[in-house]
Design a protein around this ligand. Structure first.
Ligand code: PHE
Length: 344
């Protein structure tokens, strides 16, 4: 009885049960399939008499199954959507957003300032050989200047003695030996010295600058430093004082001071350090690249000249953001970052 079959299909309440019915009726060994098979053995007249009913039944059953299947699937989907509803009124689990560390922030600022002046960023390894860190920079083995750097040596046998680089100046060498002049680069990165107090940490950050070209003078150096410090401190009244100094890899060498005035017990960069209530802060080491360094890199010092400078990134950050102790830079204490506005 077709109606009974169709009722069974309509009342079926799971997809699995529906599939069972489909197999029972329309499967290989299904009842309707068997009926269809009998048609082949009938004479044309007999076939004409019974075939339409069988085909109609198959059609009706097929359609009823498809309808039931669609209804069951829709019901399953509705149930799932109902159970997976998001409750928009639930309180949110607050995750503190990360933020940029002041050192990274300052390195980014510096890279941007120097990019505007046409400087590319160069890098070198933190584990450096002593030729790049010292010898090529005109600091031979017996040179007393090696004592200026409290160097960490890497234990073990190496082709050349290995150190944790004590400054970013070896990147000068790596750049001059791998690129053709004219060169205009800065090299920011970590450096290491065996030293620790309120203003020194065994690891700190420097940024190196190097220009190699023809006819470069001390005037270019001074203009570059003045332009960069004005941009960095965001003030036009930056006054520099170049003091004669000594670095083995520059000649002449100059230490660069920047003028500041005291305000509420803090140093505020700007103005002449000789003004009443003012003072000078040393911010940079610099000079004209020594002939011997240019030579060590395989260049002709009569053709190529240049200047170099190096400065402590952490110190620049302290000055710009009014921090007075270097050590918390590397403690990872969120309260400190928050205090200086570097964390939400
Ligand atoms: N490398 C020097 C230092 O670490 C700084 C410096 C760099 C000086 C370049 C002159 C030229 O103190």
């Amino acid at each position: 009885p077709q109606e009974a079959i169709l009722d069974r299909i309509r009342q079926c309440d799971t997809l699995a049960a529906l599939e069972d019915i489909r197999v029972e009726l329309l499967g290989k060994a299904g009842i309707i399939t068997a009926e269809l098979k009998t048609l082949g053995k009938l004479s044309p007249e007999e076939r004409q008499a019974v075939a339409p009913a069988i085909h109609a039944r198959r059609e009706a059953v097929t359609e009823a199954i498809a309808t039931a299947k669609a209804a069951l699937e829709q019901a399953a989907l509705d149930a799932r959507l109902a159970s997976e509803t998001v409750d928009m009124t639930l309180p949110v689990d607050r995750v503190a957003p990360g933020s940029v560390h002041p050192v990274s922030q300052v390195m980014d600022e510096l890279a941007e300032i120097f990019a505007d002046l046409g400087f590319a960023v160069a890098t070198g390894p933190e584990v450096e050989d002593d030729w790049h860190n010292f010898t090529a920079l005109n600091i031979p083995e017996t040179h007393p200047a090696r004592a200026m750097h409290d160097t960490f040596y890497i234990a073990g046998e190496h082709a050349r003695p290995m150190v944790l680089r004590t400054h970013t100046s070896p990147v000068q060498i790596r750049t001059m030996t791998s690129q053709k002049p004219p060169i205009r680069i800065i090299a920011p990165g970590r450096v290491y010295r065996s030293d620790s107090d309120a203003t020194h940490t065994p690891m700190f950050h420097q940024i190196e600058g190097l220009v190699i070209d023809k006819g470069i003078t001390l005037g270019h150096l001074k203009w570059t430093l003045e332009t960069f410090l004005k941009a960095f401190f965001e003030r036009d009244d930056i006054v520099l004082r170049l003091r004669p100094s000594y670095f083995p890899f520059t000649e002449p060498s100059a230490e660069v001071d920047v003028g500041f005035t005291w305000k509420d017990g803090k140093r505020v960069i700007g103005g002449s350090g000789d003004a009443p209530g003012g003072g000078w802060m040393e911010v940079l080491g610099s000079g004209m690249v020594h002939r011997r360094v240019i030579e060590a890199c395989g260049l002709d010092p009569d053709e190529w000249q240049g200047f170099a400078f190096g400065t402590g990134v952490d110190r620049l950050a302290m000055l710009k953001y009014g921090m007075d102790d270097l050590r918390p830079f590397f403690d990872g204490d969120l309260r400190w970052l928050k205090h200086y506005g570097f964390s939400a």
